[in-house]
Design a protein around this ligand. Structure first.
Ligand SMILES: Cc1cc2nc3c(=O)[nH]c(=O)nc-3n(C[C@H](O)[C@H](O)[C@H](O)COP(=O)(O)OP(=O)(O)OC[C@H]3O[C@@H](n4cnc5c(N)ncnc54)[C@H](O)[C@@H]3O)c2cc1C
Length: 422
């Protein structure tokens, strides 16, 4: 386990001891380093995926000479901006296997990293408002069950019993007819995921280098040899890209194109209130989903702003749409104040599935295209990119998500499952 290496263990006893001793014994969770001239492997992007990659590369493959390069601060991209939903109710077997593996890793992560990621598997309910939607969902649910995912169909009464504050009216524009629940789905604390991996990676010798933008690549003989950065040139012939909304920008700097579009996805939180919602609730037709954080805030999300953008803000028209839908579902939330609203840049592939694998440049590997749903995939994304960097070859879980699928046509079209239920 990571905590045994170079870091004091976090525990109730340590907390008590430090409380009695004036809190003087804590050490930084990770060190902010200056880059060396070169590394055995470099990961670009200090979000959850990049940090997890570095951690698994060190832990699973014994490679310790690793740098994570982050242009801002770690967790400052989508990892710190998302609505923290963790689920694996996807349609195709390839995706179910991928996201379920991630869910299993999440289940043991607090213990493994010795860092409380506050995973709360409270169940996620998607509610349906029409007969055709119910039929479609029955098909999806059956497919998911065949894939081994713990999903069930709920009738109207069951949904309203589980979430009594939902709109009970049968005469409203979007009456609730039923739903689908994944019992093991839930939420986790996003910053803690980034910080937990950073601490564990640092304790295994990984250099975390913030404020260091990758501006270009050194490529010779078709192979990556190093990176140009705002902190100088760094040599390495094994590089992983985990740069989410900026993956196509980085790919262009390395001389190839990716079939990705970058969009703004926004989220918002209400003022904190007493506990009233103990599930994640989503409506695909209405384009909204919501959960209540441990602080009491309602964490609210919706669909993409419908045009490509690199602005981490989001447009008011989408904010209004999302809030309008939320109030149809939960009329009692109408008196709440909205406290904050923000956006993140997500990279969306034509089949709404990630791209994991080699690139046209030898030694340069991708973990991107997670679009609106890559928080839940941080443990598996890190595992798979680490595997690629260490072995140069696909792990069986990542093979279906190779870039070549856009040439062969073997797409994994998860548009319906990716939906807005991030
Ligand atoms: C509003 C919102 C809600 C979401 N909700 C959910 C959800 O509920 N559940 C879910 O599973 N997913 C959700 N997602 C998606 C999820 O957040 C992302 O898929 C995931 O965080 C991607 O992680 P990452 O580490 O790849 O990217 P990021 O966390 O974005 O990290 C990439 C990092 O790369 C850095 N970078 C970029 N360019 C360079 C460069 N040139 N040099 C160095 N560094 C660079 C960036 O600064 C950034 O820190 C949501 C996203 C948003 C925006």
């Amino acid at each position: 386990m990571a905590e045994s290496i170079g870091k004091p263990r976090y525990s109730a006893l340590t907390l008590l001891r430090e409380g009695l001793a004036g809190q003087k014994g804590w050490t930084p969770a990770w060190q902010d380093r200056d880059p060396k001239a070169g590394y055995e492997a470099v990961v670009v992007g200090g979000g959850g995926h990049g940090l997890a990659t570095a951690y698994y590369l060190a832990r699973n493959h014994g490679i310790r000479d690793i740098a994570v390069l982050e242009k801002g601060w770690i967790g400052g991209g989508n990892t710190g901006r998302n609505t923290t939903v963790v689920r694996s109710n996807y349609f195709f077997p390839e995706s179910a296997a991928l996201y379920d593996h991630s869910g299993r890793l999440y289940e043991g992560l607090s213990r493994e990293l010795n860092y409380n990621i506050m995973l709360s598997q409270r169940g996620m309910i998607e509610v349906f408002h029409s007969e055709p939607e119910m039929e479609l969902m029955a098909r999806m649910t059956n497919a998911m069950r065949v894939n081994g995912i713990d999903v069930d169909i709920l009738d109207r009464r069951e949904v309203l019993e589980m979430v009594p504050i939902l709109n009970h009216s049968e005469d409203c524009r979007w009456p609730i007819l039923g739903g689908m629940i994944q019992h093991r789905a839930g939420i986790a604390r996003h910053d803690a995921v980034a910080w937990g991996y950073a601490r564990a990676a640092d304790s295994l010798g990984v250099h975390i280098i913030q404020d260091c933008e990758v501006t270009g690549f050194r490529i010779a003989g078709g192979r990556v040899r190093g990176l140009e950065t705002t902190k100088g040139v760094i040599a390495s012939d094994r590089v992983g890209l985990a740069t989410a909304g900026h993956s196509s920008v980085l790919a262009a700097r390395a001389g190839f194109e990716l079939p990705l579009q970058s969009y703004t996805l926004q989220a918002m939180v209400s003022e904190p209130i007493k506990p009233c919602l103990d599930r994640v609730v989503a409506s695909l037709s209405m384009g909204v989903y919501v959960s209540q954080s441990d602080k009491g805030e309602l964490v609210i999300g919706g669909g993409l702003d419908r045009y490509p953008s690199y602005a981490q803000r989001g447009f008011l028209s989408m904010t209004r749409l999302v809030i309008g839908s939320l109030l149809e579902l939960f009329p009692s939330f109408a008196t709440l104040k909205l406290m904050r609203q923000w956006g993140g840049i997500v990279d969306v592939a034509p089949d709404s599935s990630p791209i994991i694998g080699p690139t046209p440049v030898e030694g340069l590997f991708l973990d991107c295209g997670w679009g609106t749903g890559g928080f839940k995939a941080i443990p598996v994304g890190g595992t798979l990119l680490a595997h690629l960097l260490a072995t140069g070859a696909h792990h069986p879980l990542s093979r279906p998500f190779d870039l070549s699928r856009f040439e062969t046509g073997q797409l994994v079209d998860e548009a319906a499952s990716a939906g807005i239920a991030h």
